[in-house]
Design a protein around this ligand. Structure first.
Ligand code: TRH
Length: 346
């Protein structure tokens, strides 16, 4: 298995490091790769991996070598270089890539999107403007032609246990809602429509004395946290995918962009997700997702979503099984790397 350097800059929140940490762990645990995860913000990393010591420039956690960005210029590049979200590895490191007899396979891991352009861009080469290096776009997505979704081997087993525990009666119990959303989320209206007990996993502008807050858990326990609730509110990228694996009805608080492009991204995913869903439940689901992301605080906006919860719950399992049947991102990534290496040899 190849040696891999994975570069991650934390733009904000926990999604950048969340995706990278999950990918790094899987490359080591399931594929036996030697991975160096190079991160510019170890304090943010600590939120999802409390054992991380921000004072150390080098440490090993769960088999992954974690290197502070400041210490990365002197590294001899690995066989595979993954730059997460176009984060731009240090110039000295990139220059060092050109000096190797066999140039590394260089991949830009893009943000996840369900938009149609993803299939066309995934795998495209982007030659460096000055150096003899080629970077390849690797685009996570929901189709066979895209880079797929990160999914660990252990997940199917975990999902089965969850289903057994849910068992009889799970459907009728009071709705426990977990809200991991951005601050401005209109959670109160959703909670009222669902008659839900609320637990928050991130600070919100609006709050109620009866709402509980969940202490942060290490990312290795994040699926178990989601599994304890009936309905989820998730955000960003990684928790959005995990909610789909949790097979629960959920609202996605998409990361907002200034040009409102996030609504295009939201609709692209909604269209894919709702393809197999009965029409009235699909309408209710889409309306609630739009309302939530518009910041709609009216109860009416979520009553149809609440009314369709049983259908949405069953469908969430169907959708999860559909995703489970696909090849996971990490396998696709390593296949892509192998095909690039073979091309270089031939
Ligand atoms: O934190 P996010 O909103 O992250 C992002 C970033 O804002 C990023 O810049 C943006 O581009 C991207 O979204 C779309 O949401 P996300 O992606 O769900 O990441 C949260 C991570 O935190 C995820 O890996 C789960 C983890 N987590 C824990 O490990 N423990 C916890 O207790 C909680 C609440 C989350």
């Amino acid at each position: 298995m190849p040696t891999i350097d994975l570069f991650c800059r934390v733009v904000d929140n926990y999604g950048d490091i969340g995706v990278c940490w999950r990918l790094a762990r899987q490359l080591v645990a399931e594929h036996g790769c030697k991975v160096r995860l190079i991160v510019d913000d170890l304090t943010a990393f600590r939120f999802i991996a409390p054992e991380i010591d921000p004072a150390l420039t080098q440490q090993n956690l769960l088999g992954v070598d974690v290197i502070a960005w400041s210490a990365s210029e002197a590294l001899v590049p690995a066989e595979v270089v993954i730059e997460a979200f176009a984060c731009d590895p240090p110039a000295a490191y990139v220059l060092a890539m050109t000096t190797l007899a066999e140039k590394p396979v260089w991949i830009n891991l893009e943000y996840l999107s369900a938009e149609a352009w993803v299939d066309g861009v995934h795998g495209l080469p982007s030659p460096h403007p000055r150096l003899p290096l080629i970077k390849y776009f690797f685009c996570p997505g929901f189709t066979e032609k895209s880079g797929g979704l990160i999914r660990e081997n252990t997940l199917a087993q975990f999902a089965l246990i969850g289903e057994c525990e849910d068992g009889a009666g799970g459907r009728d119990r009071a709705n426990d809602l977990l809200a991991f959303a951005y601050r401005h989320a209109p959670v109160r209206a959703v909670a009222v429509a669902l008659h839900a007990h609320v637990t928050t996993a991130a600070p919100l502008d609006e709050t109620e004395p009866s709402w509980r807050s969940a202490p942060p858990v290490p990312q290795t326990q994040f699926d178990a946290l989601l599994a304890r609730f009936d309905v989820l509110i998730v955000r960003g990228e990684d928790s959005f995918v995990r909610a789909q694996y949790a097979a629960k009805p959920f609202l996605w608080h998409i990361y907002p962009t200034q040009d409102n492009a996030h609504f295009v991204k939201l609709d692209a995913w909604l269209d894919r997700y709702c393809e197999g869903l009965v029409a009235d439940a699909a309408t209710a689901f889409k309306q609630a997702q739009h309302a939530f992301n518009r910041g709609d605080t009216s109860l009416d906006a979520y009553t149809e979503f609440a009314a369709h919860l049983p259908v949405l719950k069953d469908y969430a399992t169907e959708w999860r099984n559909h995703l489970f049947a696909q090849t996971d991102l990490t396998t696709r990534l390593l296949n892509f790397v192998n095909s690039q290496k073979k091309q270089k040899v031939s």
